[in-house]
Ligand binder design. Structure first.
Ligand code: J2J
Length: 540
């Protein structure tokens, strides 16, 4: 139901008061923020997408008109709407319209397919799903038809651009502005996706107050002003390009956002030249590609001041090459959609920039580094990172059992990252304790992939693990034990099976090996399958 306190454990009032008193929570909403910027500088360009330039005034009007259209279709405050769009200007029109209403965008990624989308729609009881028509040969309208037939709450599918098919074109919605009783700053603004370490992704409830603080805090640290131009090279809905400082940070500052359809240098460098891009963010594998291409590019990318790199560990050797090759300052960022974001500072010594993953945005980000028993480790030693603060959630959305494991009793989030802290307070990511694979910044929950493979009739058991990879950091390997009576299979059969079940392509195992026992489990250890069976048993 609508009881948001039950859906999403709030930051307790004593902390909320402190965060307001400290000036972190300024009582702003996204809808109100856009209106203020539009009032202050209506003619300034907010978004460049190809040949289209939307001013702040235009974005503001579009958000109001679309909000009216959504309201006419019955979308109200607190409703969930799954948004899955590529890097197009309409992404912002849609989310600001929803922000104005107080309806919650659920940020799906373009790569997500039937398994993920079905889950998001069903679990959030979404009333609508916003899609493009086709992208790269994939027809999102067909998938949406299927999901709509399966999920009873899903009333509407809205299509951006092109031919809506049996659905509704976004452009055809009524647009006569209406009075809107919008959300409060302490209300939820959206549901972001967790990288995940369990069978299904967890949803992250963020409020206007808390997220807005992470934006202006980031802007100060990343030097973002109204003169900044940010290139959205990674998928726009991901937390990193959205908020660190990201597109929303740029809007907060009154700067300009440039949509980049693909993150490769051949697409991005000409855009940087043409639009005089000053700042962007990349995951490490892309940063490597840009660094290689930057040395010899014919394009003038000299406007680029800051390159943020994060999402996965950036090796020191790669980090050293960035500034010379691209002529900009490297800023490492170690963040998470659950909240805490760390940045190296632009004026940090060069050694700090290449050897650490930065320090928190806020003086009130509480950091604990602990051993397996939650005892603080001695200064400078590696341990589990726990955190609590003005923009870190106190629990996932509708996940009380999981929350009991992922948060301490006093509200610290268990990041699952192993870090150590330098004397300057910078964090160095040393490893990971959570069951998650980080494939070049794309997070994979082994359990989610294993559950799909287990559904194959010839498979007895499976274990998905990370293998080190020079380019991506990690790739995935599925060890598969076939049933005793099964004919031998080719690895490609398993990959195809996963793909056909409708899982994002990045989760399809890079390698499949057939084994008779799991190499990494010692004698006497229970198999993953047994553990799953036990966990699923009633009363377990
Ligand atoms: C090592 N591991 C890192 C880094 C994230 C900014 C930047 C990134 C994200 C993000 C984000 C890392 N070195 N520099 O939301 O706002 C791993 C950690 C972390 C997890 C979070 C942002 N930067 N990681 O990547 O929610 O394991 O957010 O806990 O996708 O990515 O993943 P995600």
């Amino acid at each position: 139901g609508a009881d948001s306190r039950r859906d999403a454990p709030p930051i307790p009032e004593v902390f909320a008061e402190r965060y307001r008193a400290a000036g972190y929570w300024r009582g702003e909403t996204f809808g109100g923020m856009l209106r203020e910027r539009a009032d202050a500088h209506p003619a300034r360009v907010a978004i460049t997408d190809g040949d289209r330039n939307w001013t702040y005034g235009e974005l503001d009007v579009r958000a109001d008109q679309l909000a009216a259209g959504f309201i006419a279709r019955g979308i109200t405050k607190g409703d969930r709407v799954v948004v899955q769009l590529p890097n197009v200007a309409e992404f912002f029109e849609v989310i600001f319209a929803l922000f104005r209403i107080g309806a919650l965008p659920v940020f799906a990624l373009p790569a997500h397919r039937e398994t993920e989308i079905h889950y998001f729609c069903e679990f959030t009881e979404a009333v609508a799903y916003v899609i493009p028509d086709r992208v790269g040969g994939f027809d999102h309208r067909d998938l949406a038809s299927k999901i709509r037939a399966e999920v009873p709450t899903l009333r509407d599918v809205f299509v951006v651009g092109g031919d809506p098919g049996e659905h509704t074109a976004l452009a055809d919605l009524p647009s006569e502005p209406v009075e809107i009783d919008g959300p409060a700053p302490s209300d939820l603004a959206f549901l972001q996706l967790s990288g995940g370490s369990t069978g299904v992704p967890k949803l992250i409830p963020r409020t206007h107050d808390d997220y807005m603080y992470s934006l202006w805090g980031s802007n100060q640290i990343c030097g973002v002003t109204e003169d900044s131009v940010f290139l959205v090279a990674l998928p726009a809905a991901h937390n990193f390009p959205l908020s660190s400082p990201g597109s929303l940070g740029l809007f907060y500052a009154g700067g300009r956002v440039v949509m980049c359809p693909q993150p490769d240098p051949d697409t991005a460098f000409p855009l940087i030249e043409r639009e005089r891009v000053t700042i962007t963010g990349l995951v490490p594998p892309l940063a490597l590609v840009w660094t290689d291409a930057g040395r010899t590019t014919p394009y003038d990318i000299s406007s680029l001041d800051v390159l943020l790199v994060g999402g996965a560990k950036f090796s020191e050797s790669a980090a050293r090459r960035v500034a010379p090759a691209l002529g900009c300052t490297l800023q490492q960022v170690f963040g998470m959609a659950e909240g805490l974001v760390n940045y190296t500072r632009l004026d940090d010594p060069a050694e700090t920039i290449v050897t650490t993953q930065g320090r928190p945005i806020s003086p009130d980000d509480e950091i604990r580094i602990v051993d397996d028993l939650d005892q603080d480790v001695p200064d400078g030693e590696a341990g589990h990172l726990l955190t609590r603060g003005p923009y870190t959630i106190r629990g996932y959305w509708r996940a009380p059992e999981h929350n009991a494991r992922s948060f301490t009793a006093d509200g610290f989030y268990r990041t699952g990252d192993i870090v150590r802290r330098t004397p300057t307070g910078h964090l160095v990511v040393e490893g990971r304790a959570k069951d998650q694979i980080n494939r070049g910044g794309e997070k994979i929950a082994p359990e989610e992939v294993e559950n799909i493979i287990l559904a194959h009739p010839h498979v007895h058991d499976v274990s998905v693990v990370a293998v080190p990879d020079e380019y991506l950091g990690e790739r995935t390997l599925a060890y598969v034990i076939l049933r005793a009576d099964a004919e031998p299979l080719k690895p490609v059969v398993i990959k195809k099976f996963v793909r056909e079940r409708g899982l994002a392509a990045y989760k399809v195992p890079d390698r499949v090996e057939f084994v008779t026992a799991f190499p990494q489990t010692g004698i006497g250890k229970i198999s993953k399958k047994d553990q799953r069976t036990t966990a699923a048993a009633p009363g377990a």
